[in-house]
Design a protein around this ligand. Sequence first.
Ligand code: KG4
Ligand code: ZN
Length: 331
Amino acid sequence: MKILALESSCDETAVAILCSERGLLASEIASQIAIHQAYGGVVPEVASRNHLTALRPVIEETVHKAGISLKEVDAVAATAGPGLATSLMIGMSAAKGLALGLGKPFQAVNHIEGHLLSPFFEQRDILPSVGLVVSGGHTMLVEIEGFGNYRLLGKTHDDAAGEAFDKVGKLMGLPYPGGPVIDRLARSGNPKAFDFPRSMLDSGDFHFSFSGLKTSVRYLLDKLPLDNRPIEDLCASFQEAVVEVLVKKTVAAARSVGKRVIAMSGGVSCNRRLREAMEVACRKRGMELLVADPKLCTDNAAMIAFVALFQLKNRIEWPMTADIDPNLRLM
Ligand code: KG4
Ligand code: ZN
């Protein structure tokens, strides 16, 4: 079975073709980062206009790279939410049109579920585990029993982890998105140079808060001379505060629900220090860490196709009247 999936929830126009027998045949992404960089963040109207122009060539390129013809596709999937309304509408309308034209089923996919299950992409089986989704829009801990069987353990009260990286990057005058830049600069910085707060570390639950951390970076920056800020040390110290909270809470959540597998996903799971610290913490407690290949951590359509494949295996059908939902929840 071959699934063609479209992802257009934010600023990446992504298309993938996943085959249930042969695995991922092609996965293409047209990134709009360079376009939005000029504004310091994603501008919804600009994003949707660019999805509109990018989608058709990216679909054609993906089909070409997969070495198949469109007629061989067995189902067409798209992200239904959460995300930017006008961006979601473009991917979803295109997917419905393709499904109708090909006479094949249309599958609507939750973007968060795409991230959540991406660590299982290689082994193709969903293991009982605790999932940590850390992206630009979400930070949540989820108990996973199997496909479609999820329980929310905790989430952020304010900023998502990726949002905190991006906002702190902006405060420091770094280009958008701040996450990957901070990750790179932090490698030559001292993580102990500044003692930033570890918000909610001892709250006794599995919720997060990152806005206080961002504020303390702002206060500190105000006290430092503009032309002589130790940017590398600031990046390393900020990153360490985020990583410590994410790692300790995730491991505690897994222990509390008796799970030995941690599945980490979302754009922030590309972060080198987070991957390293989570790996060390898991090893110490005899737990297994699953993280997707970095290409599958940030927004992509392969993860959308992966969820659609499970939907089809579980006979989950979607009507053509299915609509987008910018605030779609996982549970
Ligand atoms: O999953 P994603 O592509 O989109 C959302 O669904 O939000 O995540 C994007 C987020 C951005 O906030 C970006 O700064 C962050 O992931 N990110 C990183 C790294 N790479 C991407 N944050 C920290 N370190 C990285 N290496
Ligand atoms: Zn995402």
